[in-house]
Design a protein around this ligand. Structure first.
Ligand SMILES: [Zn+2]
Ligand SMILES: [Zn+2]
Length: 346
């Protein structure tokens, strides 16, 4: 099969590799749509600082010689192991990208996304991927493959929203209007939240945030500190969806109401100093949100089918697998390309 093999920063190319075979409890999926995630971009750009360990893990444990990254995808069942009975050939599917050990204390508590011995399968930027049958999530006919490949980021956002303990009267600020921020925006809106502020340093993302229901948008680079203070007055819940080396966490800390709740979703690639005095004085609550649980995928399907969340407007670019390098460049250079979610259609 053809697969995009990743061999270091800016080095990704399509090679012929051996097509995986489904073991007795596995399903072999022919991929139909694959999303480029922020995490993939951190690996590609080489700016993976605190992610280095994670990357080494993927490289050595999961795919020793040929590293294939990626985890957002959809496709159909091409083959299956002899013990797999809950899916048929040709079923349209996606999959939860975590293999928990089912033995550690977190797995026993049902917190599989926090498993101490977590594994994931070889990445999905390829024509076929094999997945444990337990991870499979069937896609209803009303959803396209492209939309279904958005279920993974949507599931992460659903997980984060559950941790936010959001209530109708809350006002929300979203730092970062990329895929995650725009999904949070739609979800909070659909829960009946009225005051939603979205911030980003790229104008086209703010335009999209407006279109999708933000009542206030703000580009922190383009307004005075005074105006910033005014717009960010009275925030109960802040979602940090930027990560990298951004200073958004401290911005949230400075501006949020006392007893406010900050949910950290962004992938931080450098260690950040946080104003702990402010944190204490305001009696803030800060919650990290790590990936998703399988049931978040099922919730995501309901939200898409009911039209409460729209993912199509977020898919701005599509490329064939052969052009994956160009796809990564387009996803990385957002200011030039105005990309939000870039997908590979193999
Ligand atoms: Zn992702
Ligand atoms: Zn475990």
């Amino acid at each position: 099969m053809k697969a995009a093999v990743f061999s270091g920063p800016q080095r990704i190319r399509v090679l012929d590799v051996e097509t995986p075979k489904a073991d007795s409890n596995e399903v072999l999926i022919k991929t139909k749509a694959i999303g480029i995630c922020g995490t993939d971009l951190h690996f590609y750009s080489g700016k993976n600082g605190t992610l280095k360990d994670l990357f080494e893990q993927i490289k050595t444990i999961i795919f020793p010689s040929k590293t294939i990254i990626g985890h957002e995808f959809s496709g159909f069942v091409f083959d299956k192991g002899k013990n797999v009975h809950d899916v048929k050939l040709s079923d349209r599917v996606t999959a939860w990208p975590i293999i928990p050990c089912h033995e550690c204390k977190y797995c026993k508590m049902g917190l599989m996304n926090l498993c101490e011995n977590i594994r994931s399968w070889p990445g999905v930027f390829s024509e076929f991927v094999k997945v444990p049958s337990k991870n499979i999530v069937k896609i209803p006919t009303g959803l396209s493959y492209e939309e279904a490949a958005m279920l993974e980021p949507l599931a992460c956002v659903i997980h984060a929203i559950k941790l936010a303990k959001i209530e109708k009267h809350h006002s929300v600020a979203i730092f970062g209007a990329g895929t995650m921020g725009l999904l949070i925006l739609q979800l909070t809106k659909s829960f009946g939240i009225e005051k939603i502020l979205a911030t980003d340093i790229l104008e086209f993302k703010l335009e999209m945030a407006k279109k999708l229901g933000a009542d206030t948008v703000m580009n922190p680079l383009k307004i005075s500190p005074h105006e910033k203070k005014r717009l960010m007055k009275d925030v109960d819940i802040a979602f940090e969806c930027v990560g990298g080396s951004a200073s958004t966490l401290n911005q949230a800390l400075n501006l949020i109401n006392k007893r406010g709740r900050i949910i950290v979703i962004g992938t931080f690639t450098s260690l950040k100093q946080i104003n702990m005095l402010k944190f204490r004085q305001k009696e803030l609550i800060m919650v990290g949100s790590e990936a998703s649980e399988r049931r978040d995928f099922l919730d995501g399907i309901h939200l898409l089918i009911n039209g409460r969340v729209k993912v199509k407007p977020l898919i701005t670019h599509k490329f064939p697998l052969e052009n994956i390098k160009e796809a990564f460049e387009v996803a990385l250079e957002k200011e030039r390309t105005k990309s939000i979610k870039v997908q590979i259609i193999p």
